[in-house]
Design a protein around this ligand. Sequence first.
Ligand code: GLN
Length: 240
Amino acid sequence: MANTITILHLYPREMNLYGDHGNILTLVKRCEWRGIKTKVIEHEPGQALPKKIDIIFGGGGQDSGQNKIEADLKKISPELKKLVENGTPTLVICGLYQLFGKSFTTQDQRVIKGANILNLSTTAGEERLIGNIVIKNNQFGQIVGYENHSGLTTLEDKSQAFGEVISGAGNNGEDQTEGCFYKNCIGTYLHGPILPKNPKVADFLIETALKRQNPKFTKLQELDDSVEKAAHKSAANRPR
Ligand code: GLN
């Protein structure tokens, strides 16, 4: 039997848009269905990070929410960076995706400093990019979600995108890139929430966590994903 998987939920109060919290529920349920225990630790500004972290998750937020967490993120960013560099499976959405990069310059020209974990920067554009989005990733296939952001993100140097935009805007509405995939850290604009409708991504996070706990661990038990597949299909067929 696997050890408990400890999930760190970054700033659940300030950073939670369009059902992002559903990603935590998905991780917990998909573990529970397989008899794997989980513990969710919510991190709020001012708290210390726990000693043991198996999965990191953070959602999106308004510019004001991003402002509120800036100082705390600065404090914990060296630890977060170390965890990501060591291969901790991580999922950060929209507002926290932007702040895992170098910085986010808002429409009123305020620069919110990021954790500098992902090699990218973001600047607010004139219009918000809003709507359903479909992307393609080589490992997971088609991924569906919903985006709503003013930020235009540019991947720098050799940063790899999480996916290629099939329909929607993605990082900046121009270069067809969506998100960033670095080591086992996924940064993406996809709300929705992303994990219930894209169970392969959820299982990637869980399986990677288990493999890091026990290098002999090979494969997760299959689940009946018929409902998840139907939800995926219906989201993929929605107009933008
Ligand atoms: N405030 C950021 C932006 O507008 C992030 C929005 C979000 O997380 N949905 O780009």
